[in-house]
Design a protein around this ligand. Structure first.
Ligand code: TMP
Ligand code: ZN
Length: 427
């Protein structure tokens, strides 16, 4: 197989699997990947429709495998990017107080360590509503966000954050370099793994970064995903599931070096990878330490994904059984957080409005619509409180502490939370 044919293989079309079987080419290195996880037909996870307007929903085969050479865990089919990320992309990073603090801390670190020279400049790929760049803007440091969501960019502008509305790639990077000069830091949180055509990101970074600058990527960590059976971290937007090993391989392939890696608690466990041009920075010992841990745990292997698959099936079976039993007993169940993650959980488990009567979510853009594929109505958080349901399925489990603290009254009145990670349980 050659990289040349790989673009066509990975684009979703009805015949793709029958023509190419369950093998395809790695989007990073062109070696062979094999299908190991199969979630069946899934909708676009952030494409929320009105209840009467679901006929145009787009579905694709959500399948994941691992590259036999660079070990990158990746999806088999690529959803066209405009279907996932467009002006109406409803996700707003700043809905969580914890995430706000996380991004303030990240910005403050950059200000103190990388942006302390003369007239520094930082670019963020996937800047959403500007939650990280608000702190940078407040410190009067030159910045530019790049994000395809015009609505999110409008919110960023209200907070003094400048955004180029569009996708990041070589052309955009060249234009930014001409208009603003080189960037000392290029930062991207939970975005690089969304981009199948990754070579374009790296050539953009190569064009825009100063000689001694850093490209800092944060993303959900494969080790935590497998270790905690986070089955719902696999959905259209998470095209790649990064590990320290696969990111190091990817960086090397595109002329960069992984010089630091830092575990983060957000989203159930993430890593912050610091990449620099080859030879421009000393590699810190954290890289070797986390690589050694990965080898010991065997997470970059086919066997790890096979184990993950059987744990996923167990979670699905236990959750469906529990929910059906509770409904048969006449209990009311509501979902909490119309997360993109929940698209995989709800559709893979076949959970619909007969089981979960509605999902509440604080994002105005999602309220009044239905969950993708499973068509459960989405309501404002007020609906959660009058009256409280007997049980709540915590779909936004990565914000568990924040939500449980906010909804303490629910538990005080006897309400119980249903969780499905790391395994199915009630609290
Ligand atoms: P995320 O898991 O991708 O960060 O999405 C979290 C979703 O949960 C988002 O739609 C906002 C929603 N949410 C609430 O409804 N209430 C909350 O308190 C929090 C933290 C999130
Ligand atoms: Zn590969």
């Amino acid at each position: 197989m050659s990289v040349g044919v790989e673009v066509e293989v990975n684009v979703d079309d009805e015949n793709a699997e029958s023509v190419f079987g369950s093998r395809w080419c790695c989007r990073i290195c062109g070696s062979e990947c094999e299908k190991l996880l199969d979630f069946g037909r899934q909708p676009v996870s952030d494409d929320f429709h009105a209840a009467g307007d679901v006929d145009s929903e787009y579905f694709f085969d959500l399948c994941v495998g691992i590259c036999s050479s660079c070990s990158m865990v990746q999806q088999m089919y690529e959803v066209p990017r405009e279907l996932m990320f467009n002006a109406d992309y409803p996700y707003r990073t700043s809905t969580s107080q914890v995430m706000q603090r996380h991004f303030q801390d990240a910005a403050q670190r950059f200000i103190e360590t990388e942006l302390n020279g003369t007239d520094p400049f930082i670019v963020e790929i996937g800047s959403n509503d500007g939650v990280m760049l608000r702190t940078i803007s407040g410190a009067k440091i030159r910045h530019l966000g790049v994000d395809p969501s015009a609505r999110a960019a409008d919110v960023a502008a209200e907070h003094g954050v400048k955004t180029h509305v569009g996708f990041f790639g070589k052309e955009t990077a060249d234009a930014i370099r001409v208009s603003h000069g080189p960037a000392n830091v290029i930062y991207s949180s939970n975005t690089v793994s969304h981009i199948a055509y990754i070579e374009s990101i790296f050539s953009g970074v190569d064009s825009l970064l100063t000689d001694d600058g850093v490209f800092v990527i944060e993303d959900r960590y494969l080790g935590d995903i497998i270790g905690n059976t986070y089955l719902d971290q696999i959905y259209d937007e998470h095209f790649y599931l990064f590990s320290c090993y696969s990111v190091r391989e990817m960086a090397n392939r595109f002329g960069f070096e992984l010089v630091d890696v830092e575990p983060l608690v957000v989203h159930g466990g993430s890593l912050r990878y610091t990449l620099a041009r080859c030879g421009s920075r000393r590699q810190l010992s954290t890289v070797e330490r986390i690589l050694a841990e990965e080898t010991e745990r065997g997470i970059n292997s086919r066997e790890a994904l096979d184990r993950f698959q059987s744990n996923i099936e167990q979670t699905r079976d236990e959750l469906v059984c529990l929910l059906r039993r509770l409904r048969a007993d006449g209990r009311t169940i509501v979902g909490y957080g119309a997360t993109s993650k929940s698209a995989t959980l709800l559709n893979y488990c076949g959970i619909g409005p007969d089981i979960v009567s509605f999902v509440c979510d604080s994002t105005k853009e999602k309220q009044g619509l239905v969950t993708p594929g499973s068509h459960i109505p989405i309501r404002a958080p007020d609906s959660f409180r009058n009256p409280y349901p007997d049980l709540a399925l915590l779909l936004a489990w990565n914000h568990r502490k924040e939500i449980m603290d906010k909804e303490r009254e629910f538990q005080r009145r006897g309400g119980r939370w249903i969780l499905y990670v790391p395994s199915v349980h009630i609290v």
